[in-house]
Design a protein around this ligand. Structure first.
Ligand SMILES: [Zn+2]
Length: 426
């Protein structure tokens, strides 16, 4: 055998190994969901499995299966048991992690519902759930194996709830599929929910890069029905019986609207293929929340800045963008350690600035950048962001991730959203 032929043979072997990692070799068209609990306090975290569920649709990516974007506070890896090869990974953040930086977490232990989803495996797999240690390192919280034929994997029918397609322009494997779930809408308010979901879609498509990638975004409205209208406001002693149990006053913060009932949220989302969950709350009260690869929750009828809140919160949950604002005495102002580089693409402590937007800075930019009129329209390194006045820097004077009056995402955030869209669809 001559040398060139041997090289071609090697190349063929390499290609066939790459091919072996393809979706259809390991996964079916269904989804595998794992429900578990994050438990602990300010200093400790454990993960305990609750149940495994086979769901009808996989809406996530079918390429870049073992790739990641180094986002999120947690990640999980799925390994083929026989070969120990990594066949899928995903990253996410949690309400539990935010709670860990509140004063309450110094006093008591709590448990939070958490769910991960990946394509349903054809053969036995091992799942490893990991917690971020710092910008580059992870530690294992738990690992376990299971066979896809296990009789105790739940295979119940999804909930019987009306679903309307708001827009569908591409097949789920080539699109970002957003599951919009109704919260605080009674049976009589179903038509209003579908109108509100359409409004949400219209709002999203007022911002780049969502306009540019409109042909890759599908939106479905899932009409979960609530006994009471609206959502709970514990600060006023007002509790409502709503489908997902959402409430304001999360961590005693007036405008912070979340639900702890992640398993219920996923039960509704399972009616469609999805990459992202957007919970639409039937209330006029300003507020919301968005956590990376977890969910967005925002009010449908807030007159104040509805478009802005929709897009801001989706920036968190879809692309892992950080808040670029900072207030004195913020409930979350202990969330970032300024000695470490945060993973969010739009803030930096300058510890690992090379991994952020350093390459996008105009030549000669001062670090930190002074807030002059001239610099307000350039990418820079402006002090203040991530709930801290000092020690954390943001890339632009103003951005959708900082204020409701900004024109849109800053160039760094826009690029981060675009990268995420491409990662999930190409
Ligand atoms: Zn920004």
């Amino acid at each position: 055998m001559s040398k060139p032929t041997f090289s071609i043979l090697l190349l063929l072997i390499f290609c066939s190994t790459t091919f072996a990692q393809q979706y259809s070799n390991y996964f079916s068209d269904e989804a595998c969901r794992i429900d578990f609990y994050f438990c602990g306090n300010a200093k400790t975290t454990t993960a305990s499995i609750d149940k495994i569920i086979q769901e009808p649709f996989w809406g996530g990516r079918r390429s870049n299966l073992s790739g990641d974007m180094n986002l999120g506070q947690y990640r999980f890896q799925v390994l083929d048991s026989a070969s120990n090869q990594l066949i899928y990974t995903d990253e996410f953040s949690t309400l539990y992690f935010e709670w860990q930086s509140t004063p309450e977490a110094l006093l008591i232990n709590k448990g939070f519902e958490q769910t991960i989803q990946f394509p349903y495996p054809q053969k036995s797999v091992k799942v490893i759930i990991e917690k971020r240690v710092d910008f580059s390192n992870w530690e294992t919280l738990t690992q376990f194996g299971f066979s896809p034929d296990d009789k105790l994997i739940r295979r119940t029918k999804p909930l019987a709830v009306p679903v309307k397609t708001i827009c569908k322009t591409a097949e789920p494997e080539k699109a970002i599929d957003i599951a919009v779930i109704a919260e605080g809408y009674t049976a009589k308010q179903r038509a209003k929910f579908f109108r509100d979901a359409q409004k949400l879609a219209d709002n999203l498509f007022t911002h780049e890069p969502f306009i540019k990638y409109k042909s890759r975004i599908n939106i479905y409205a899932i009409a979960a029905m609530s006994v009471d209208t609206g959502v709970s406001m514990p600060q006023k002693g007002n509790w409502r019986n709503s489908a997902l149990g959402s409430h304001y006053y999360t961590f005693y913060s007036d405008r912070y609207l979340t639900t702890p009932n992640m398993f219920t949220v996923r039960d509704y989302a399972a009616l469609v293929p999805y990459d992202a969950i957007y919970i639409l709350a039937n209330t006029k009260t300003y507020g919301g929340g968005g956590i990376f690869n977890f969910y967005t929750l925002a009010s449908a009828d807030s007159k104040r800045a509805q478009t802005e809140v929709t897009v801001h919160e989706f920036g968190h949950s879809f692309a892992g963008l950080a808040d670029e604002y900072f207030y004195d005495n913020d409930a979350l102002n202990g969330m970032y350690d300024i000695k470490d580089e945060p993973w969010e693409p739009n803030i930096t402590t300058l510890v690992k600035f090379n991994a952020k937007w350093k390459n996008s800075l105009p030549v000669g930019t001062q670090i930190p950048t002074e807030l002059t009129d001239e610099n307000k329209v350039k990418i820079g390194v402006f002090e203040g962001g991530g709930y801290l006045k000092n020690g954390i820097y943001r890339p632009y004077f103003d951005c959708r991730m900082r204020t409701n009056t900004a024109k849109g995402f800053c160039p760094v955030c826009e690029k981060a959203v675009e990268n995420r869209i491409k990662f999930l669809t190409e």
